[in-house]
Design a protein around this ligand. Structure first.
Ligand code: SF4
Length: 304
C-alpha cells in the first residue's frame, strides 16, 4: 500500500515538474522518495539550485518560507500547512526590536528556525552547524542571540570575548530532556557514545561525546569506528541512522524526543501536495522577502 502511494508520487512529480524536499526529521516513507533530504538550510540551498518550477516541502512552515526566500520564482508548497515550529514562532519582530534598543553596538543573530518576519529584523542568520563560526566573525561586541537560549548559551561559552544576550526561547522538544535521562541512558548503554544537539539544555549537553547539528550527528555516527550510540536529537534521526548503518546500534536518549509538528506530514499529504490538490502555497510580500533574505545572504558571506 505505502509502496503504491510512493510510486504514484514518483510518477506525478515527474509529470508536474515537482521536486520534493524533506527534512531529516520526516518519516522514512517520505525521506525514501524525496529528492533532497537534509536540515533546513540544505533544503533551501538545494531548492535555489533546482530547475523544477515547483518545490514541495515536507517539514515545518519556516523551512518552506526559507525555500521561498531563496527561490522567489518557484511555487513553494508546504505539504502539511498546519506544521509549524513552536520555537520559530515564539517572538514577534517588534519584541526583538525592543530588546535590541536596550543595547548599543548590538548584532541580532537569529537561528534559521525563525519566521520570515523575525528574519526581517535580524542582522545575520545561523544554523546549528554554523552558529559558532559565524558568531566569532561578527565585528560587534554585543550579540542578541535569538530565539534558542540553549544554542546561544553553548555558542557563548565558546566565545568568551563577546557579550551574548540570550532570551528565554528554545525548542520545546529538545529542551524538555532532563539530565537524569542522560544518566539513565549512559548506565543502560555504558559503551555507547553520546551524540547530542545543542538545542538541549547545558546539563544534558555536558555529558556529550559529540555536540552538533542533526547533519553533524549523522556524519559523526556514520564515520565513527565505534558501534553504539545514544542519539540526543529527534528520534527519526535514530531510525534513519539504524537503516543506513545496520552494523551499528543506536539508542534513543528519550522516547519523548519526538516533534509532533515534524510528524504532522503524512505520505498522503505529500501525494495531495504533488497532485496539486493539497498542501499550502507559501506566499511572502516582496517587502518581507527582500528584507528577510538579507540576513541569509550575510550568513552565506560569513560562512565563506
Ligand atoms: S524539533 Fe524543535 S526546532 Fe525542530 S521543528 Fe520541532 S519544535 Fe521546531
Amino acid at each position: 500500500m505505502i509502496s503504491d502511494i510512493q510510486s504514484e508520487i514518483l510518477k506525478l512529480k515527474k509529470e508536474k515538474g515537482v521536486t520534493i524536499f524533506a527534512h531529516t526529521y520526516q518519516s522514512h516513507d517520505i525521506t525514501e522518495i524525496a529528492d533532497v533530504v537534509g536540515d533546513s538550510f540544505l533544503l533551501s540551498r538545494k531548492a535555489a539550485e533546482d530547475k523544477n518550477p515547483v518545490a514541495v516541502v515536507c517539514g515545518v512552515h519556516f523551512m518552506a518560507e526559507t525555500v521561498k526566500m531563496l527561490s522567489p520564482e518557484k511555487k513553494v508548497i508546504l505539504a502539511n500547512g498546519s506544521a509549524g515550529c513552536p520555537m520559530a514562532e515564539q517572538f514577534t519582530a517588534d519584541e526583538i526590536l525592543a530588546m535590541k534598543k536596550q543595547y548599543d553596538d548590538c548584532a541580532v543573530v537569529s537561528y534559521i528556525n525563525t519566521t520570515a518576519e523575525i528574519k526581517t529584523v535580524s542582522d545575520v542568520c545561523v544554523t546549528s552547524s554554523s552558529a559558532l563560526e559565524i558568531c566569532k566573525k561578527i565585528d560587534k561586541k554585543n550579540i542578541l542571540f535569538i530565539p534558542d537560549c540553549n544554542l546561544g548559551g553553548y555558542v557563548s561559552k565558546n566565545i568568551p570575548d563577546k557579550n551574548f544576550i540570550l532570551i528565554n526561547g528554545g525548542c520545546p522538544v529538545h529542551s524538555a530532556i532532563e539530565e537524569k535521562e542522560v544518566i539513565t541512558a549512559k548506565k543502560l548503554h555504558p559503551n555507547a557514545l553520546f551524540l547530542v544537539h545543542p538545542e538541549c539544555k547545558p546539563e544534558v549537553v555536558k555529558y556529550a561525546d559529540y555536540i552538533g547539528s542533526t547533519s553533524g550527528i549523522i556524519d559523526f555516527a556514520k564515520k565513527s569506528d565505534k558501534k553504539e550510540f545514544i542519539i540526543g536529537t529527534e528520534n527519526s534521526v535514530l531510525a534513519h541512522l539504524q537503516f543506513e548503518c545496520p552494523d551499528k546500534t543506536f539508542y534513543p536518549l528519550s522516547k519523548n524526543l519526538i516533534c509532533p509538528d515534524m510528524k504532522a506530514t503524512t505520505i498522503i499529504d505529500l501525494l495531495n501536495a504533488v497532485k496539486g490538490t493539497g498542501g499550502t502555497e507559501i506566499t511572502l510580500s516582496p517587502d518581507v522577502m527582500q528584507k528577510a533574505v538579507i540576513c541569509i545572504n550575510e550568513m552565506l558571506r560569513l560562512e565563506k
